[in-house]
Design a protein around this ligand. Sequence first.
Ligand SMILES: CC(C)(COP(=O)(O)OP(=O)(O)OC[C@H]1O[C@@H](n2cnc3c(N)ncnc32)[C@H](O)[C@@H]1OP(=O)(O)O)[C@@H](O)C(=O)NCCC(=O)NCCS
Length: 176
Amino acid sequence: MVTWDPAPRRAEDSAVTLSQLMEVTDANVLGNVHGGVIMRLVDTAAALAAMRHAGGVCVTVSVDELSFLEPVHVGDIVTVKACVNDVGTTSLECGVRVEAESPVTGRRVHASSAYLVFVAIDEEGRPRPVPQVLAETDEERRRRREAKLRREAKLRREARMAHKEAVKAARAAEKG
Ligand SMILES: CC(C)(COP(=O)(O)OP(=O)(O)OC[C@H]1O[C@@H](n2cnc3c(N)ncnc32)[C@H](O)[C@@H]1OP(=O)(O)O)[C@@H](O)C(=O)NCCC(=O)NCCS
């Protein structure tokens, strides 16, 4: 049986940066880079940060936000930065920032931002606990605070949905 080190880990230690040149095969019908190409890079970078932090396999359970802020062009160098913002018991929220740079003109834009949730799993594919995250800088503390707010808001939304469904089911049962 594998055992995982439960000691808290610094956010900085699991941060990931991936860079990739965007090629013609990455283009959509408009000639810009296909959103799906960016999404794949976002998921990969975030998963690597989650796995580094958890010290084992993590799977994506939710893409909570993914914004495309600027188009990315063929020939751009895309840099994807991901880090663990906060953890629950078995889940981890990762934040991702995507920048695109033209090596020809030097133009650099913030192209995309995303928040994804991963769950660390054991050899049987069951959720397993992850180490706490040590947020040491003001920015890391802000990220952790905001991740907690997103998690709480999501739980409230889910509770509201469950309540709505329960009311619907009760009314349907009353009608017979
Ligand atoms: C990951 C998986 C094992 C979790 O199983 P589960 O029965 O949902 O587990 P739980 O309900 O105990 O939830 C585990 C954690 O995930 C979190 N979670 C589950 N679904 C979530 C969602 N949609 N959004 C955010 N968090 C979620 C729970 O809040 C819990 O967090 P915590 O332990 O930090 O409090 C299961 O959902 C799974 O195998 N999913 C498929 C993952 C996959 O294949 N990903 C690739 C996508 S292509």
